[in-house]
Design a protein around this ligand. Structure first.
Ligand code: ADP
Length: 163
């Protein structure tokens, strides 16, 4: 039997946006299994708790074949080993993402020579989209419909009641 190819898509996902979802869909079309790996880092202050972030990703990816949600702390390459992953997926929106992503990819490969990183580009509609920008817009009462799944919009609105 052919070996299953497993990709790990790591991130903070605070919260998941339609840009992340676009990457997850593309990855699931190429790989047999895609594990969305949510970083659990208590030192990095996230707006949403780890269970909240994971639940929103689960809802948004329901029905996507081969996609699962997990969390990890510590080194990504260790998590990759634990789940017998082949590839790390990262999204590239613009040249500005490149330098940091390039550094991370090479460091991860140094730590585990089998850790290959594959970059995927989202649809142009999402190239300016980031979780932090979405939070900023909702905080000040702006509309984010079409940029995040509806449950994410509801959770964010509840976190930032009208001032
Ligand atoms: P991190 O803190 O690891 O950057 P993020 O949740 O912000 O976590 O992003 C996870 C991954 O998704 C990163 O590779 C990031 O470049 C990518 N990403 C974030 N927003 C988008 C988007 N709008 N389109 C495509 N990729 C994105």
């Amino acid at each position: 039997m052919k070996r299953q190819r497993r990709a790990v898509y790591p991130g903070t996902f605070d919260p998941i946006t339609n840009g992340h979802l676009d990457i997850i869909r593309r990855a699931s079309a190429v790989f047999d299994r895609v594990t969305v790996a949510v970083i659990s880092n208590p030192a990095k202050k996230a707006l949403l708790s780890l269970p909240e972030r994971m639940a929103l990703i689960r809802r948004a990816t329901q029905g996507l074949r081969g996609v699962e949600v997990a969390s990890f702390s510590g080194l990504l390459v260790e998590f990759l080993r634990t789940v017998h992953g082949d590839v790390i997926i990262r999204g590239l929106r613009a040249i500005s993402d490149f330098e940091y992503e390039f550094q991370m990819a090479l460091m991860n490969r140094r730590l585990n020579r089998h850790a290959e990183t594959v970059f995927m580009m989202p649809d142009e509609r999402y190239t300016y989209l980031s979780s932090s920008l979405v939070k900023e817009v909702v905080r000040f009462g702006g509309q984010v419909r079409g940029l995040v799944p509806p449950p994410v919009e509801r959770v964010l609105k509840a976190k930032f009641p009208k001032f």
